[in-house]
Every structure is written in C-alpha cells, then in structure tokens.
Write a new protein. Structure first.
Length: 503
C-alpha cells in the first residue's frame, strides 16, 4: 500500500478510458431487456400490454441510469500511474483504495477484451505479481485503449533479452484448424449436453409450458420401449453437447498462437469474440504438464499446461485457462511444443525410458476398482430384497456393465504409472480418466513428502510427493517400489532426502 504523493519527474496520473460508460450502458441495456421482456409477458396477461410496459419501462430506464451513473463515479475516482519503481492505482469515492505494486515484483500483464471492448478498441489489463494473496497482488485497469494496454505490457515485462539456444525467440505454435475435431470427445461435451437438456426444461417452466413439452416428448415415444427412449435422449444430449463444445472451442482458441518474446516471456493469444493475452515469464516456469483426458487420449491427442509460479492470482482466475500453453492437439505436436517451451531438443514428456511400477501396484488398483463397482451393485441388491425384485435385475445389469469397465480402467491406470529422470527434469506419469505426465525441474523441487499406508507397507510400495512452489504445489509418484522410489528421489535432488534415509 502507498499514500498519495507528489509525482516524480516523468510520472503522471492517468485515467481509464471514458468509453467505459458506453460499455456499461450497453451491458445494463441488455440486462434490462433480458429481465424486462419476460416480466412484461408475465404482467400483460393480467393487466394488458400497455399497462405492463408502463410499469416495466421506467424500472428498466432507472436500472440503466443507475448502472451508468455508478460507472461514471468509478471512472471519475479511478486513476493510475506507472513510475520507475512502482505501479499504483487509486479508486473509490467514500472508501478510497490505494494499491501499489513494486515493479520488480510484477510477473504478469494479461489483456482481455470482450466483444464490446473489441468494437471500441479497448482492453482490460490485469497486472499481477504472481503471489497467492488475492486482490492485493493485482491491479486491474478496466478499460484502457489497446495501444495503452500493449504499452503497459511491454514496459512492465521488459527484461534483459535471453540467450537464443536451440529454440530462439519467435513463434512456437499456431492454430491448426484440424485440432477442433478433438472438441466433441472432451469431457465438456456431455456436460454441455446435460446443461442443454436442463436449460430447455427451465425455460419451458419460466413460460409455463413445461407440461406441454413433456407431453410432446411423450407423444413422440408413445410406442417405444423405455430402453430405446433412454438411448435416443442420451444420443440427442450428446449431439447437442458436441455442437456446443465445438462452439466453445472456437470461441476460446480461435486465433491461437504461442510465442516467445525477447526477454524470456511466453505469450499466449487466443479468442474469437473475447480476445485474451496471457504472459508467463520463463524464469517462473518450472516445467510442463502433458494432460490426456480419456476421450482425447483414445485419439492420440494431449494438451500442454505450464507448471509455473503465481498463475492463480485470485478467485476469478481459478476458473480460467491461464496455465494452458497448447490446446488439445496431436501427441507429437504436444511433445514438440513442450520441447520448444523448455528449450530442449527432445521433450521430457515423451515418456521414453520411464521406470514401470511393481505388480503390487496393479493389485491395489484392481481391488479399488472392483470395490467401487460392487458398492452400488450391493446397495441395489439390498434394496431389491427389501423393496422390489425389479431392483435385483437392475443390480445384475449394473454388475455386468460396471465390473468389466472397472477392471479395464484399473489395468490402464497401472500401465500408465511411471517415473524417471530426463536431464534437468524429473518425470512422473499417472492417471487413466485423466492421464498426466509432468516434467518438473529438479532444481524447482524444494522437498519430498513420503507417504506409506499400512497396505502399501505390506505390498512394499511408497508414494513420493515432490513439493514445489509452482503449479499444484506437489506432484506425486504413486505406488513405487520402496527401495527404487527412495533412490529415485535421492538421485533427482541430491542432498535433500539422504539425511532421512537409513543406511
């Protein structure tokens, strides 16, 4: 925090762009329209259209005026300046907030522009220190001109140019339109399908026609078996989810490009309607993570995430893709981009030469998977004995379906286990529904956590957690052999684990 001071030579206070009032007016008009139209329709049935409009229009106008007026006060009372030592932001009317960040602490300057901002040539700028201290570690300028946003990003992230090495500065990856084909096989598709079905029912309830919609669906399947009804409805939901996932993918990743700028900054730019620009300093990078959800893995694809310090700055950022360097792409392309990002000839995530885990690890996964599959079957059997014999048939069907799937997933999870060393990186791979291969800088490991349950001790297994200040904070090597796992940890980071090992 800092107090108001006389600006030093070369410093000046600046205001946000005044066109923020146009943006707020447009947004509030949309909100008023979205709330006013159904309200007018609902009131018109009892008092007529004109009387309903006489009630709704003044309220909508008052909402727009109040929203725009509040934003005008915010604009008048907000100013910022970028000095040689600090970036400062003052805002507020009654409770004035004065926030200050040291220039040497600034680690990211991200630019975002929704369609309204893009039309007006504006951007929202978020300046962050990379610390997990909520809003105290960020300054948000909403909005400024795009030219001003680019100037701030260049000025605040100006660093000494880095050595070229095997992968010099410049473009590292650009969008291949064929990658869009992986969108329907992601986990987003079924979620969007379920959301679409729920949205249809919710909207029909708002307009009081939910029963008519249900009756219409029932008429379409009057002479159809229950099983076929379920199959058709699930297929329709999946189809709508696939279409929705395609649209979402295009909005998020169109115009994607990843580049390394002079000074050692990785910049990701993407977005069709809402443009986004995310910057990650290479000195904050501790490795990469190759993520392969089951659907895209079946098609030989993966995405690349950054393992870096300070990517999650506050609650708003936890739901964004700030760490994604490459969207789902063919596995070979993902490994190539990972190598370029890490300035390596071959990516450590290629998983060549990983040490397999003992057979005892397979038994643990099989037992857990079979137990998880039999739990709902057992519940259905008990209910069937107490309530209805129909549930016994359902239990038998569940057992026939769930047990083979559980066994296959357990065997796949075991095959995916592996760990090893690749130059300056330790590599750990695990998972089945979401397989992850992380390449973590050995110098970025600050500690090891050794976990061993009673059953692991009996099986001669151990779980090692590599603790780091980046990414998720810890990355696990699951169910490794005790002797080999401890030797791996000691070799990966010499001198860190040896004092705690028995000779």
């Amino acid at each position: 925090m800092s107090t108001l001071a006389v600006p030093a030579p070369g410093e000046e206070w600046r205001r946000l762009d005044k066109r923020t009032l146009l943006v707020t007016t447009a947004v509030m008009t949309g909100v008023a329209t979205g709330a006013g139209v159904p309200t007018t329709i609902g009131l018109s049935g009892g008092m007529g259209v004109w009387r309903a409009l006489a009630w709704v229009l003044p309220a909508a106008l008052l909402l727009i005026i109040c929203g725009t007026g509040g934003d005008y006060v915010r604009w008048r009372r907000t100013r910022y300046r970028i000095g040689p030592d600090r970036a400062e932001l003052h805002t507020g009317l009654l409770l004035v907030k004065r926030r200050s960040l040291g220039r040497e602490r600034i680690r990211s300057v991200d630019l975002t522009a929704n369609p309204l901002l893009r039309i007006l040539g504006l951007v929202k700028v978020r300046i962050g220190t990379g610390e997990h201290t909520g809003g105290e570690s960020t300054l948000e300028l909403d909005p400024v001109t795009r030219a001003e946003g680019e100037r701030l990003r260049t000025e605040l992230l100006d660093r000494t140019p880095s050595a070229s090495g095997s992968h010099p500065d410049g473009m590292l990856a650009v969008l291949d339109p064929r990658w869009i084909g992986y969108a329907p096989v992601s986990f987003v598709a079924p979620l969007l399908g379920g959301a679409a079905a729920g949205g249809v029912m919710q909207v029909s309830e708002w307009f009081g026609v939910q029963h008519e919609v249900i009756d219409w669906i029932g008429d379409r399947f009057r002479d159809t078996s229950v099983l076929m009804i379920v199959v058709v409805l699930v297929a329709a939901a999946l189809l709508s989810g696939a279409v929705g996932s395609l649209g979402l993918w295009v909005e998020m990743w169109w115009h994607y490009r990843l580049e390394r700028e002079p000074g050692g900054t990785l910049r990701v730019r993407r977005g069709l309607l809402t443009s986004r620009s995310v910057s990650i300093e290479e000195r904050r990078l501790r490795g990469v993570e190759l993520v392969e959800p089951l659907g895209v893995r079946l098609f030989g694809a993966a995405r690349v995430d950054a393992v870096a310090t300070g990517l999650t700055q506050d609650d708003e950022d936890k739901h964004t893709d700030l760490k994604t360097l490459l969207p789902v792409a063919p596995r070979a392309a993902a490994d190539e981009v990972a190598a370029r990002v890490l300035r390596e000839t071959v990516s450590p995530t290629s998983a060549a030469g990983l040490v397999p885990h003992p057979v005892a690890a397979r038994g643990r996964r099989l037992r857990r998977a079979v137990g998880s599959a039999l739990a709902p079957v057992l519940v259905l059997v008990i209910l069937g004995l107490l309530v209805s014999d129909v549930l016994l048939s359902v239990a038998a069907g569940c057992a026939v379906v769930l047990l083979p799937v559980a066994v296959l997933l357990a065997l796949d999870a075991y095959r995916n286990l592996g760990h090893g060393l690749s130059g300056a990186y330790l590599v750990a791979r695990s998972g089945t529904v979401r397989r992850s291969t992380v390449a973590l800088q050995r110098g970025g490991v600050v500690g090891w956590t050794v976990k061993q349950s009673y059953f692991q001790r009996r099986a001669g297994l151990v779980t090692l957690m590599a603790t780091t200040a980046a990414g998720e904070g810890a990355y696990a090597v699951h169910d490794a052999a005790v002797g080999e796992g401890l030797a791996f940890a000691a070799e990966a980071v010499p001198g860190l684990l040896e004092p705690f090992l028995e000779t």
